[in-house]
Write a protein that binds this ligand. Sequence first.
Ligand code: DON
Length: 305
Amino acid sequence: MNRLLNSIIENNKKWTKEGKVASYIPELYKMDPDLLGIYVCTLSGEEYFSGDFNKKFTIQSISKIITLMLAILDNGKDYVFSKVGMEPTETSFNSIINLEIKDPHKPINPMINAGAIATVSMIAGKDSDEVFQRILKFARKISGNPAMDINQNVYKSEKETGNRNRALGYFMKSTGVLDGNVEEILDVYFKQCSLEVTCKDLARIGAMLANDGVLPSSGERIVPRDTARIVKTIMVTCGMYDASGKFAVDIGVPGKSGVGGGILACVPRRMGIGVFGTSLDEKGNSVAGIKVLEELSKQLDLSIF
Ligand code: DON
């Protein structure tokens, strides 16, 4: 398996020359554009890796699946989806247009920024600090990485330049989607996006989802089977934004991307996969990361469809 991963990384290294490193968060633009790595955790406990699997990057939008799980655990799925929709969208991850023209009272899904910010606002805690500490504790547990923490430079950079997210936040405050202090909700969102991870962390989270909400390493149930099912379904339909259809056709497994270059994929009842390739396509998804997953899916016949 390691030989297969080595050859897939080698074959697809050329794709790191395509696309661009995210620059709208200045600190992200400092990342080396040539990085490419993969980590696979099978449900029987085997772990395989290749390339830059050890390099740290920020989790960015992949954190939206973590906060979706916590929001459902805290409120139940009926409440969460009464506030945030579950339909795919053909517009970009930071789009405001659906909020304006489709439903100003309900962001279209929990994976676009508006829906993710609304989801964060539902997580329990006496103040924003406690909410973030709960997210961090949960993220550390499901990744098996007790040292996971914020990249302070990325966090500061996001907070300084996150005016599109502020616009989404204040728009949703004006229409009653958000209760509470918008800056505090956004602060939690900026922090969760700035969590620093490796491919291994993503693969372990993916393996928990692939295992229907149970950590394969310890057998501990993290979320009910139904919650894991919902999260995987939303990943298939919305996880890669307006490229979710193509990802489903070409790769065929639940996936979630982040502008840090990571993609978390999970193959139900088989494995979790973490991929990292810094250069992004125009939709904000890792160009080489998608190619790596495409080849792996073909070689191992991973598509669930
Ligand atoms: O909200 C933002 O713009 C970023 N912190 C996260 C966006 C993101 O990762 C989109 N995914 N590809």
